[in-house]
Design a binder for this molecule. Structure first.
Ligand code: NAD
Ligand code: AKB
Length: 317
């Protein structure tokens, strides 16, 4: 491989699984993992401690490994960013500029940067939310993702920067823990069910949100990055959809395998965030432009989580 790949924020929920998938595709030595903290799992390839806000350190790593492609995952998520809006804005925006500028200067060739369903707000149509619609986000996280989308498109149009993006829904996987989002209950619920504990859910029972099983998210991420350039017609960010469910619905699904599992509800500040987001997503542009399609419905997601998490947590069998 002529140029290598750098994943920034690799110790997080998505990075842990994305690095594994990219290494399987491109070879262990060709994928450099990096994060401000140590990885959650043992590494099969290079790992570097990197603070993405440190431009000098970033350039050193890019030059050291001859990096040509960057997946930028470092960010503060919705719930954490609400607790520290100034830092959320600083990290989410300046990390993006530091990477976009490397491509503008033609030091790297290609960027993946994730947006989120958080770009939408309370005035957005909540059912089957279209690709192009009203976007008035009310969280600092959503505002940073919306601004990020505009900057990605701007760098593509003005500086010919090959940046690609998708709006992830809430992601659910068993290999890593989520990092401070409004959708995190949907991972925690599986851990609690297998530990035979009940879950006190921070969202109300009928709060429906768009969600996705992690391997579908990894498939979409690699899919958009491997697609031919001309097929990527949207350079802000693509809607993608997996499944939509409420806490009550996922509880019923889990109870098919663990009938004793119990959930209680105590909505907190995250309820207002969830209420401002879509309930389901129209992802036709992604389907048409680069052949996106998800593999997991609610039953498959739930069964896969329970089976694999049970193996990953042997003491809770
Ligand atoms: P996460 O919080 O689990 O991981 C983020 C990682 O970034 C962490 O390991 C953290 O240590 C690292 N990081 C923080 N500050 C850093 C810095 N200064 N330099 C280097 N690394 C730093 O987040 P995630 O869920 O893996 O999300 C990754 C990206 O995907 C984010 O942009 C997020 O907004 C987006 N996204 C995630 C979801 C989801 O459900 N997980 C949904 C929509 C969008
Ligand atoms: C969050 O809840 O903040 C994330 C997201 C949907 O962006 N999971």
């Amino acid at each position: 491989m002529a140029g290598k790949v750098l994943v920034i924020g690799s110790s997080g929920q998505i990075g842990t699984e994305l690095v594994e998938a990219l290494r399987a595709l491109k070879g262990n030595e060709n994928v450099i993992a990096s994060d401000i903290r140590e990885p959650q799992i043992e590494q099969t390839g290079p790992f570097e401690i990197l603070d993405i806000l440190n431009k000098v350190q970033l350039l050193e790593i890019v030059e050291k490994y001859n990096i040509k492609e960057i997946y930028l995952l470092a960010a503060l998520l919705s719930a954490t960013a609400e607790k520290n809006p100034a830092f959320g804005w600083d990290l989410n925006m300046n990390s993006l500029f530091n990477v976009l500028d490397l491509a503008k200067e033609k030091i790297i060739d290609k960027i993946f940067w994730p947006s989120s369903i958080a770009v939408f707000g309370p005035t957005t149509p909540q059912q089957n939310t279209p690709q192009y619609t009203i976007m008035e986000p009310t969280t600092v996280y959503g505002i940073s993702k919306q601004a990020g989308e505009r900057w990605c498109e701007y760098y593509f149009n003005k500086y010919d920067v090959d940046v690609r993006s998708i709006r992830y829904p809430g992601l659910i996987g068993y290999k890593s823990l989520p990092g401070g989002g409004t959708t995190d209950y949907a991972v925690d619920i599986f851990h609690k069910a297998l530990k035979k504990e009940s879950l006190e859910c921070f969202l109300s029972e009928d709060t429906t949100l768009p969600m996705m099983y992690m391997s579908d998210a990894i498939k979409a991420t690699i899919g958009i990055m491997e697609a031919n350039g001309p097929s990527i017609k949207i350079r802000s960010s693509y809607n993608i959809a997996g499944v939509s469910f409420s806490p009550k619905e996922i509880t019923h699904e889990i109870q098919k395998s663990i009938p004793d599992f119990n959930i209680t509800y105590k909505p907190d500040y995250r309820q207002e965030i969830a209420d401002s987001w879509p309930q389901s997503i129209d992802d036709n542009h992604a389907k048409l432009d680069w052949n996106w399609s998800p593999d997991y419905d609610l039953t498959k997601l739930s069964n896969t989580m329970l089976e694999n998490l049970k193996l990953a947590l042997p003491q809770e069998k």
